[in-house]
Design a protein around this ligand. Sequence first.
Ligand SMILES: NC(=O)c1ccc[n+]([C@@H]2O[C@H](COP(=O)([O-])OP(=O)(O)OC[C@H]3O[C@@H](n4cnc5c(N)ncnc54)[C@H](O)[C@@H]3O)[C@@H](O)[C@H]2O)c1
Length: 305
Amino acid sequence: MHILVTGGAGFIGSHLVDALVNKGHQVKVLDNLFRGKTDHIQSHISEGRIEFLKADIREYSLLPEICGNVDLIFHLAAQSNVIGAVEDLDYSFESNVIGTFNMLKAARQSGVERFIFTSSREVYGEARYLPVDENHMLNAKNSYGASKVAGEKYCQVFQNMYPIEVAVVRLANVYGRRDFDRVIPIFLNQALKNEDISIFGGAQLIDFISVEIVVQVLLALAETGKMPDEPVNIGSGKGTNLFDLAQKIIHLTDSKSKIKVEPARSAEVVQFTAEITRFKKYFGIALPDDPLYLLSKMLPEEDSI
Ligand SMILES: NC(=O)c1ccc[n+]([C@@H]2O[C@H](COP(=O)([O-])OP(=O)(O)OC[C@H]3O[C@@H](n4cnc5c(N)ncnc54)[C@H](O)[C@@H]3O)[C@@H](O)[C@H]2O)c1
């Protein structure tokens, strides 16, 4: 297949690109390098296995041509960081709402058949009950969540009005190598330097899902005969509290770090675990007992310490 990955130089996108190349697909990557790095996909670029386009989804004019001769789009490009989205409302609105609308419009104009949108558990806001199923009200707490709700709504409208198949996956907290400014890489960094590990608030319950599993889900969507026509939570279904996470990381890194509790940050959703009946229905993917099974593979390679 001819596949376009927006945000393909980012954390999840670059792992997805690795997997798509391995499967022999023709891959184009569009990224403005706002958070992504070409280093993640450099070997594919250098060896001519993918086409890399430094472009911005806020700018419509180039997008129809980029979508030309593409069978499927994985739309991952976004301001993906909650605090970043809150600090720069304009950038997150323009990239996540207008950018998603632009990609849908360009996909339709170019006759792309399939579009996969990576939404977020942030669309639910603070949970009324746990675990949160897909019928929970959409009650975003911050501008990032609101932008994903808007993106989902445009996906739904394009799916209903035009001959394009659209799938929406609501990712929980994804972790793995190449991530850099979310809770797991931050804790790992602090632990490796024996610095205090800061927990904001302390009441958090987070559903972690490995990037390996997310990539399996995305590949399955590309290859299935018919994609789900309803949003699907992609999570482990299990909650981890931040004290347990910090302690696990301290133990894993043999660190002398102490845990320090800081005031809670008001934009952050405090508790979330995903209800995963739909995940099981659509994806026959086995979930490991320990959602944090991939943590040990995030430590620096021995020869780079
Ligand atoms: N990582 C998570 O825990 C998580 C959870 C839920 C949803 N998501 C969603 O999954 C997708 C991928 O997330 P990620 O963790 O890989 O984030 P990421 O920030 O590493 O990747 C996003 C990529 O989009 C690019 N980008 C940003 N604005 C752009 C623009 N205007 N034009 C073109 N490219 C642009 C960035 O440079 C980056 O490479 C995002 O849509 C994110 O919102 C991620």
